[in-house]
Design a protein around this ligand. Structure first.
Ligand SMILES: [Zn+2]
Length: 484
């Protein structure tokens, strides 16, 4: 054990040293004007690392080697590569979507790649967040991702923003970039990212993934013309329907597919120059800054469903929504930067998931009480209403699994016998029924339904739930439960 601890400490220390060196390198490079300028204008061929004196080609020698496979693809070409090289792309979220998206964009030679994320790497991220590693658990995700990306392509500039995007810092961060990828996983951040992109005229590639499905849409493209997130989803989903990947689960390749598609959409925008203010470096070395009139293409939302017979579908979307709160829908008043910073509360807008309060205190028992009932072998039934996959991972001994979905799907008047395995008739008529779930919300819903259906025999039988659910059971009774 000592050896393991020692090695872990050693690795953490080396990682920290490496991190420090990378920071120093990035700072040194940032201070060297020829490199940064070289990325933004025509002096590329004079910057070091190129072909030296007399080098006459628009890209540096090593760039032809690194990017030629994508440059010879029809419609990409040298101009496409120059557009990619001159671009600054921001990824909000360095998780399941951000890791693969960042890897492909770094590989493709995007000049400056920024990452925003305020979380640290956890072991449960690693099955899908491919830029992180076991050795970097505990490190900030942006630093871990940059470490990985430096290894993949050390010739481009990375900016790590180790913070969550907020209404207060959004302008300062997003204004440094030309294009934004929303790689987050909650409605609050989706509305904020879309609003700031509308205000700062940045195209936005938005994607999401959950369990075995995902969706992708390109918004505000061209800036000011394409619909924004609020045009498509003017109202947030009800907060109780928002289930995170920690609770609902996510399959690695599913979120990977969506992240890769985001990178592809971003590359298409960059190669075609679908920004409003596009800085172009021509093959002859001159630069232009053009305001091109771009037509609004038909906007489609790509839906991916891994388990369906037809896994990919595209739904045509209408353009801007008249009177849209953020973009004004093409006419009417639109959101301002000051409003975004001072008066918008995204958490409140998306709603807070208030705890369920369906049972009275006397209808709820503590985990300690239930532990005593089980130990004394008193006649009772314990229903665990988590879904089957959760129940299979771990459960309280003797509990019976009846997923909450069977309670909510049961039609009024349908036979109760089928609900509980073995039927309700086999229960002693006065045996209490206890209900347990993950944290104590669904258990109240199920217990309330059992009462509404008359199973409490007008108060003869106790029906109630275990307060705090499996989480409280793990904290108070059995810490060995491997998963909640
Ligand atoms: Zn809008």
């Amino acid at each position: 054990m000592d050896k393991i601890e020692h090695l872990k400490r050693e690795i953490a220390q080396r990682e920290a040293e490496l991190q420090d060196l990378r920071k120093q390198l990035a700072e040194a490079e940032a201070e060297k004007p020829s490199v940064e300028n070289g990325r933004d204008n025509t002096t590329t061929s004079q910057s070091d690392g190129g072909g030296g004196e007399g080098w006459k080609w628009p890209l540096e020698e090593h760039e032809y080697e690194r990017y030629s496979r994508q440059m010879i693809v029809p419609d990409f070409g040298l101009q496409g590569q120059l557009n990619i090289k001159n671009a600054k792309v921001l990824l909000v979220g360095a998780g399941g979507l951000g890791c693969p998206a960042a890897a492909y964009l770094a590989g493709a030679g995007v000049g400056t790649l920024g990452l925003v994320d305020g979380d640290a790497v956890e072991v449960s991220n690693l099955h899908r967040q491919v830029a992180h590693s076991t050795a970097r658990v505990g490190m900030m995700k942006v630093d871990s991702a940059v470490a990985y990306l430096q290894g993949l392509n050390p010739t481009i500039t990375y900016r790590a923003h180790a913070t969550h995007l907020t209404p207060q810092n959004a302008e300062e961060i997003v204004s440094q970039y030309d294009l934004v990828l929303d790689c987050t996983d909650h409605p609050t951040s989706r509305y904020l990212i879309s609003d700031i992109c509308v205000l700062l005229s940045k195209p936005l590639v938005s994607a999401s993934a959950f369990q075995t499905s995902g969706q992708l849409i390109v918004l505000n493209s061209p800036p000011g013309k394409g619909p924004c997130y609020r045009c498509v989803f003017p109202k947030p989903p009800p907060p109780e329907s928002v289930i995170g990947c920690g609770e609902g689960g996510i399959v690695g390749p599913v979120v990977g597919v969506m992240g890769v598609l985001q990178a592809l959409e971003a590359m298409k925008l960059l190669v075609r120059g679908d920004h409003r203010r596009l800085k172009k470096t021509r093959a002859d070395g001159t630069t232009t800054e053009e305001e091109e009139e771009k037509d609004v293409k038909q906007v489609g939302m790509l839906l991916f469903s891994a388990m369906a017979d037809v896994p990919f579908r595209t739904v045509r979307m209408r353009g801007k929504r008249k009177g849209c709160f953020a973009c004004g829908g093409g006419d009417g008043s639109a959101l301002t930067l000051t409003e975004l910073k001072t008066s918008l509360d995204y958490v409140q807008f998306c709603g807070v998931n208030t705890p369920v309060k369906l049972l009275r205190p006397e209808e709820r028992i503590s985990v300690a009480e239930y532990e005593r009932i089980a130990r004394e072998k008193r006649a009772h039934v314990l229903l665990d209403v988590r879904e089957k996959e959760h129940f299979e991972l771990c459960s309280i001994p003797g509990s019976v699994n009846v997923p909450i979905s069977r309670f909510t799907a049961r039609r009024e008047g349908a036979e109760l016998e089928d609900l509980i395995p073995g039927g309700v008739a086999v229960l002693p008529p006065d045996a209490p029924i206890y209900v347990v779930c993950r944290v104590g919300n669904d258990s109240q819903i199920a217990a309330r339904k059992l009462k509404d259906w008359g199973l409490d025999r007008d108060g003869e039988r106790f029906i109630g739930d275990v307060f705090g659910g499996l989480r409280a059971w793990k904290d108070g009774v059995d810490p060995s439960l491997p998963f909640i």
